[in-house]
Write a protein that binds this ligand. Sequence first.
Ligand code: NAX
Length: 328
Amino acid sequence: MKTPIRVAVTGAAGQIGYALLFRIASGAMFGPDQPVILQLIEAPVEKALKALEGVAMELDDCAFPLLKGIVQTSDPAVGFKDANWCLLVGAKPRGPGMERADLLKDNGKIFIGQGQIIDAVAAADARVAVVGNPANTNCMIAASQAKRLPPERFTAMVRLDQNRAQSQLAQKAGVDLTAVKDIFIYGNHSPTMFPAFAHANINGQPAAKVINDDAWLQGPFCETVGKRGAAIIAARGASSAASAANALVDHVRSLVTPGAVHSVAVKSNGHYGFDANVWAGMPVRTTTPGSYEILTHYDLSDAFSQQKLAATNKELVEERAFVADMIK
Ligand code: NAX
């Protein structure tokens, strides 16, 4: 039996948490032979902590053989202690009349604190995946607090957007989902994101050739993927939860699977024309479990791709400017 890994999850009693924890405990994230200890962190709010108790009871009631322990806490120093993976899902939602800049600042404060504590108490091999919005900028803030953990350990999730894009292309082409390859998300997890169809392929052929409808690719396709979250809120009356949790399972599973090629928001280091210090979605290949290399060979030199990359980079740079005082 392998040694259990410690997985810290913030916002554990929230919507995504409810769809996520059971899949981690079942082995979907780290594999069917990897035991886990769940370290569940909630805001210090009575209602949330009570709900967390209920979630922990349900986890017990699943009798998952791989689940070797559950910690419930509102103290991040307890929750992140010795954690190998820190999944930062909890964040404040955007309230009525709230400006994006306010959301950036309010959530930024959470990620300053969590970045510092993770750096101080998490395991030496700790990896961080940020879901709470605005995910790219929150991730950048958390990473900037760390002295011990290098920036490449901090990633933000754009996998839901990749999964959405893959599904849309398959439906449009009338092919099985698995026929669609090399569709990656560049930039921000926001409507400015760019699902780069230029280098996607379907059954080994360029996607643009198979679909043969540039107006659809440049218009409705990009728009549907970029605004899918809002469409789900409009239909369901609540934001994406099961699909977001599923995407986080995919994000981490791919990051622990050498050879996997997938979209992750990482410190751009200037690749694809992004500002070097923002966290931007781009394709990576997992090298060893938890580590990756950025794939820089995809050709996005066409005018449409360049314009989309510039727009999403501009937004990331603006977000960075809003929180400049929070970055170390
Ligand atoms: P919920 O509001 O259902 O749950 C959030 C939970 O976080 C709450 O239980 C709250 O008490 C907790 N929380 C707040 N501050 C905390 C803190 N400082 N420490 C620990 N817990 C804290 O939201 P949910 O639908 O689960 O969404 C969570 C986050 O994911 C939101 O920021 C949301 O915008 C973001 N999303 C990101 C996506 C992505 O692709 N990157 C897609 C889905 C989702 O919209």
